[in-house]
Design a protein around this ligand. Structure first.
Ligand code: FAD
Ligand code: DHB
Length: 391
């Protein structure tokens, strides 16, 4: 097979890139190692910045998002049994939208299968060769055969556990990493959300987040120790712990319902520099991951593509690599801003194992400052709702 841009990975980054290239008349092929049902049902993120919504609309993937997405005007910070509203339009002039990553993937897959370019499921890339020369090749397995995809450019959009990042020689790359000593246990539940906006709660026993997927489906997360086995968390225990962490002194009640999905996710910050090696471009989780507090992972994957797609389109139209040559640098600035924000949100809201009374007072002091000071709240709101593409 031969194409202009070989895209490894059919997650949000790879699918959006394929869509934007296709609309600009640039040939590409997407290789996705999993099957369609798997990628369409993998539970992950749900909070979209305005820039992400705009990008999906601009490429024709906004119809269901506009009909079913829930526009939110703020979040609630909850600590010491009190509730504090952070007003995004007043503080940052922007809103956010709740629409699940599963639905974005379904919308982009449907468009691609209907209109092209080729999207191969159960096509696992095993090697990327020749990225430093003029004619890179992606070797992949599909339908029991070893095949090759010859291309001008390779987009490594294969997530944190993919193969693309390893194709950058270690001597030319550098990774920055931080592991957090806790994980999130996430559930989906068939019950109307107990709130109108997302609640980020710092409970004395740890963090809890109340999010949602629709007016009848709730998504909730609980800080748990690393290595937690979901089998140790029957539904009643999860609801009891959530209720304790969200408890307030007013009459707020957490509604319970049947749990339909349960999983544990470790938390890590990771940034790989650079995001380009010759004709290989990395985007999304393949290049960087953030802890989920602050909901930046999916939004960063989309902003990478909003920088990468025009750069590849420019090469195709004019032969100029000017935009591509600065892609890594421009993207990374935004990545580091989101990495810092996610890190601080995580540290401020999670119980530190073995943390002492001083650590707890520092967390509460940060939270109190945010709810007391307009400029401190505005700083949170500006990052949460998303920095401009060029930071
Ligand atoms: P991915 O979505 O990981 O897509 C990569 C794709 O590449 C996958 O479909 C994979 O199957 C495919 N692939 C991998 N290797 C190969 C190969 N060798 N050949 C071909 N295809 C390959 N973010 C938030 O903002 N909030 C959250 O609550 C949240 N929860 C998360 C929970 C989990 C368990 C995980 C893993 C991530 C979560 N994230 C969350 C982060 C967010 O989902 C990611 O940032 C986002 O999915 C990144 O999109 P991506 O396209 O870069 O990577
Ligand atoms: C969701 C996940 C997050 O990490 C977050 O900060 C907000 C919302 C979600 O899955 O809905």
């Amino acid at each position: 097979m031969r194409t202009t841009v070989g895209i490894v990975g059919g997650g949000p980054a790879g699918l959006l890139l394929a869509r934007m290239l296709h609309l600009a008349g640039v040939d590409c092929v997407v290789l996705e190692s999993r099957d369609r049902a798997y990628v369409e049902h993998r539970q992950r993120a749900g909070m979209l910045e305005q820039g992400t919504v705009d990008a999906l609309r601009a490429c024709g993937a906004g119809a269901r998002l506009d009909a079913e997405g829930l526009e939110h005007h703020g979040i609630e910070l909850r600590f010491e049994r009190e509730r504090h509203h952070i007003d995004f339009p007043a503080l940052a002039g922007r809103t956010v939208t709740i629409y699940a990553q599963t639905e974005i993937v379904k919308d982009l897959v449907a468009l691609q299968l209907a209109e092209g370019p080729p999207l191969l499921f159960e096509a696992e890339a095993v090697a990327i060769e020749g990225a430093d020369g003029g004619a890179p090749v992606v070797r992949f397995r599909h339908e029991g055969r070893e095949r090759t995809l010859r291309c001008d450019w390779v987009a490594g959009c294969d997530g944190f556990h993919g193969i693309s990042r390893a194709a950058v020689p270690a001597a030319l790359g550098r990774a920055y990493e931080h592991e957090f000593p806790y994980s999130w246990l996430g559930i989906l539940a068939d019950v109307a959300p107990s709130c109108e906006e997302l609640i980020y709660a710092r409970g004395e026993n740890g963090f809890a987040l109340h999010s949602m997927r629709s007016p009848s489906v709730s998504r909730l997360y609980l800080q748990v120790p690393n290595g937690t086995d979901v089998a140790d968390w029957p539904d009643e225990r999860i609801w009891d712990e959530l209720a304790a962490r969200f408890a307030t002194d007013d009459d707020w009640v957490l509604e319970r319902g049947p749990v339909t999905a349960k999983s544990v996710t470790p938390m890590r910050s990771y940034v790989h520099e650079p995001m380009r090696y010759g004709r290989l471009l990395l985007a999304g989780d393949a290049a960087h991951i953030v802890p989920p507090t602050g909901a930046k992972g999916l939004n960063l994957a989309v902003s990478d593509i909003r920088l990468l797609a025009p750069a590849l389109i420019e090469v195709h139209r004019t032969g100029s690599t000017a935009l591509l040559d600065t892609y890594s640098e421009r993207s990374q600035e935004r990545v580091w801003q989101a990495t810092r924000f996610s890190y601080d949100m995580t540290k401020m809201l999670h119980a530190q194992p073995n943390g002492d009374a001083f650590d707890r007072r520092m967390q509460l002091t940060r939270l109190r400052r945010i709810v007391a000071s307009r400029s401190a709240a505005a700083e949170l709101a500006v990052h949460y709702t998303g920095l401009p593409l060029a930071v």
